[in-house]
Design a protein. Structure first.
Length: 308
């Protein structure tokens, strides 16, 4: 697929604009005409951005020889409600499919309510992927096909293709019950999660290592949280799950939970700007969101411990 840039290419003249910098000052690009200028767009609630701040301050105080002038730091908008809802739906749906493959294969040797479970999981993930794409198109203000041809849109194209493959795998698992179908749907869901992680913040902020760490994190979350509805459904099925299956699920969930904790702490430390930043967790929007995510996880952990 041919990709195009959203905006201007390297070497082209930048369009005129006036934006509000932090502190309320209006800054126009025309003010810097004739000088090499770097314009920084960032989110002050982002840990990666905060880690850049000391270096930027040094640069402004003593610019390297030949370095461009820093025009200003413009705050980027946060994700829209549609984007947030789409991301949540995507991860919930893929978690359901992943758990259907892994927990269904290892614990229950099948999927309780197979057709409904697979259809609901894929429909939720597909709706989430489409919502995220629509939100991105609205944010950048271009047509859908122009978005798909851009470098930004290429990640969404890959995600939608991965979701289509997951849908085919779910259909096979529905029509052909057995180990092969479960393996296919689990692998397809894991691959779709990798595609999403590779197109997200982890890839932009940390490279292959961070992508691998984040992928392992979401896989563990998917197996743990996505497996809970399967456990409830199996307990209500006829005949219900026995003590052997319940213990097996509990063991797998325990390993998944430990993985979630370890990878979550490592990812959070990197995003916040170091382990010391845990002491200032509420200083960024990411840290605040992390606090509430941790609180929710602790509720689920307490519930699981009580049931065990």
């Amino acid at each position: 697929m041919t990709t195009t840039s959203v905006g201007v290419d390297v070497g082209q003249k930048a369009p005129e604009f006036t934006l509000e910098a932090p502190g309320g000052k209006q800054v126009s690009l025309a003010d810097f005409r004739g000088a090499k200028t770097a314009v920084l767009f960032w989110n002050p609630g982002c840990g990666f951005c905060q880690r850049m701040l000391p270096e930027l301050q040094k640069w402004e105080a003593s610019p390297p020889s030949g370095a461009p002038k820093l025009a200003g730091s413009f705050v980027t908008p946060g994700p829209s409600p549609l984007s947030v809802a789409g991301r949540a739906a995507l991860y919930m749906g893929l978690s359901s499919l992943l758990a259907s493959g892994v927990i269904g294969l290892v614990v229950f040797q099948g999927i309780p309510g197979r057709g409904r479970t697979l259809a609901a999981g894929w429909a939720l993930a597909a709706a989430g992927g489409l919502a995220m794409t629509a939100a991105e198109r609205s944010t950048v203000g271009i047509g859908l096909m122009a978005l798909f041809r851009s470098q930004t849109g290429a990640a969404f194209v890959r995600l939608l293709v991965a979701l289509a493959v997951a849908g085919v795998a779910a259909l096979i698992a529905w029509k052909r019950p057995g180990p092969l179908g479960l393996e296919l749907v689990g692998a397809a869901a894991a691959a779709a999660l990798l595609v999403r992680v590779d197109g997200g913040h982890a890839a932009a902020g940390g490279g292959i290592g961070e992508v691998a760490l984040q992928w392992l994190h979401v896989l563990a979350v998917g197996i743990w949280v996505g497996g809970l509805p399967l456990l409830v459904a199996s307990l209500r099925s006829d005949p219900p799950a026995g003590i052997t299956e319940i213990k097996r699920f509990s063991t797998i969930a325990g390993f998944a939970l430990a993985t979630v904790a370890v990878t979550g702490v490592a990812r959070a430390a990197n995003a916040l700007g170091g382990y010391a930043q845990f002491l200032h967790e509420f200083s960024t929007s990411y840290g605040t969101a992390l606090f509430f995510k941790t609180a929710g996880a602790l509720v689920l952990i307490s519930f699981g411990a009580w049931n065990r």
